[in-house]
Write a protein that binds this ligand. Structure first.
Ligand SMILES: [Zn+2]
Ligand SMILES: [Zn+2]
Length: 80
């Protein structure tokens, strides 16, 4: 099983305990290679990338918008 971490707000895989072999959202077992991420707003655990998108939009819309607004307020390239 290979899990490919894909988190738009960068949470390194080494910082996160992958203690599950199934998706926290749809409960399906991970296959050979999966794109996964975790929820920034709760501790649902590792989820398929597509499931995380769905979960966050359904359950954390307000928080997501607040976060996007915070990002938008920053000047471009302030991390460089
Ligand atoms: Zn899933
Ligand atoms: Zn969540």
């Amino acid at each position: 099983m290979t899990l490919l971490w894909r988190d738009p707000w960068l949470k390194p895989l080494s910082d996160f305990e992958v203690n599950s072999d199934s998706c926290g959202y749809c409960k399906q077992k991970f296959g050979q290679v999966e794109f996964v991420t975790s929820c920034d707003f709760c501790d649902l655990g590792v989820m398929h990338d597509r499931c995380a998108n769905e979960h966050i939009i359904k359950h954390h819309k307000a928080q997501l918008e607040a976060k996007m607004n915070r990002h938008r307020d920053k000047p471009l390239h302030d991390y460089q």
